[in-house]
Design a protein around this ligand. Structure first.
Ligand code: ZN
Length: 261
C-alpha cells in the first residue's frame, strides 16, 4: 500500500497560479560556495532558489520564524509525497505541529522525472553532509559540510553561539540534488545534478519562515562531499511578493488539532 496522498487537504491550484502572476521581487540573498546563508520569508510571500554560475546543490532548512521547534520534517514529507518533491508538493512541519510550511509552486527541473537508475531531483531521502560522519568514514576533519554551514548561518541569524544553534539544524530538502536507491542492495546513490544556471525551485511560504540554505561542498554532488575537491558555485534566493489581490481571503494553515490524552 502507499500513503493516501489523495486524502491530503486538496491543493487549490488556481490560488497558487494566481499567486505567481505579477509578483514583485523584494529581496535577494546570495549563498557563497561552501557556505550557507539565512533568509526570512513572510507568510504569503514566495521564495525562489536559483542556480547561478554552475551546477550546484543546495541543502535547505526551514523554521517557523516565531517558534524554532516547528521545523521542516523531511521524513514525514517523504511519507506523504514520496522520495522527491516537485510542483504541488508541500514541505511539512515537525510534530506536534504537522502543517504545510511551504508549497512548491514551480520547478524548472520537473522534466527530469526518474531516470533509468531510478534517480530523481530534489530529494527528501538524504540527510545533510556533516563533519561527524566524515570523521567516522575518513578520519579527517572538514569544517564546511552543510551541517556546519547551516549551523554557522543560523547562529549568525540568531546572534547565538554555534553550540546553541546546532540542535536546531535538521534533515534537509536536497534542492537540485539527483539521487535514488540502487536496485540490488537498496543503497543510496548520488549522481551529478542536471541543474544549470537559471534553473530554479520556487516555494510559497505558508507561514512566516526563517530559511537556511547551504551551497554543498559537493558542488553538483556527482563525486565526493566533505572536501574542497569539487567545483562549487553560489546559489541565490529571491524573495517575491505576490499582488495583494492574489492573497485575498487566504490565511496560513493551522497547526494540527490533534490533542493527546
Ligand atoms: Zn552537503
Amino acid at each position: 500500500m502507499v500513503y493516501p496522498e489523495d486524502r491530503l487537504p486538496p491543493l487549490d491550484r488556481a490560488f497558487y497560479a494566481g499567486v505567481r502572476k505579477g509578483m514583485t521581487k523584494v529581496g535577494e540573498v546570495v549563498v557563497p560556495p561552501r557556505e550557507a546563508a539565512t533568509f526570512d520569508v513572510p507568510a504569503g510571500h514566495v521564495f525562489r532558489i536559483v542556480g547561478v554560475d554552475g551546477p550546484q546543490v543546495g541543502d535547505l532548512n526551514l523554521w517557523n520564524a516565531a517558534n524554532l521547534a516547528e521545523r521542516f520534517y523531511s521524513g514525514k514529507t517523504r511519507a506523504l509525497h514520496g522520495t522527491h518533491v516537485t510542483v504541488g508538493d508541500r514541505l511539512w512541519s515537525a510534530l506536534p505541529y504537522l502543517r504545510p510550511m511551504a508549497t512548491i509552486t514551480a520547478d524548472t527541473l520537473d522534466w527530469y522525472g526518474f531516470d533509468g537508475d531510478g534517480a530523481g531531483v530534489h530529494d527528501v531521502i538524504g540527510t545533510r553532509c556533516d563533519p561527524y560522519t566524515n570523521r567516522l568514514l575518513s578520519g579527517g576533519d572538514y569544517h564546511h559540510c552543510c551541517h556546519s554551514n547551516l549551523t554557522r548561518a543560523l547562529a549568525r541569524r540568531l546572534g547565538t553561539a554555534f553550540e546553541a544553534a546546532e540542535p536546531h539544524v535538521h534533515d534537509v530538502l536536497n534542492v537540485f540534488m539527483c539521487t535514488g536507491f540502487e536496485r540490488d542492495e537498496g543503497r543510496y546513490i548520488m549522481k551529478a545534478s542536471p541543474v544549470r544556471p537559471g534553473d530554479f525551485l520556487e516555494l510559497f511560504a505558508e507561514i512566516d519562515l526563517i530559511g537556511a540554505l547551504s551551497a554543498c561542498p559537493g558542488g553538483d554532488c556527482g563525486s565526493g562531499h566533505s572536501s574542497d575537491a569539487a567545483s562549487c558555485f553560489p546559489l541565490r534566493v529571491d524573495i517575491l511578493r505576490p499582488r495583494a489581490e492574489a492573497l485575498a481571503g487566504w490565511r496560513p494553515p493551522e497547526v494540527s488539532s490533534y490533542a493527546p490524552l
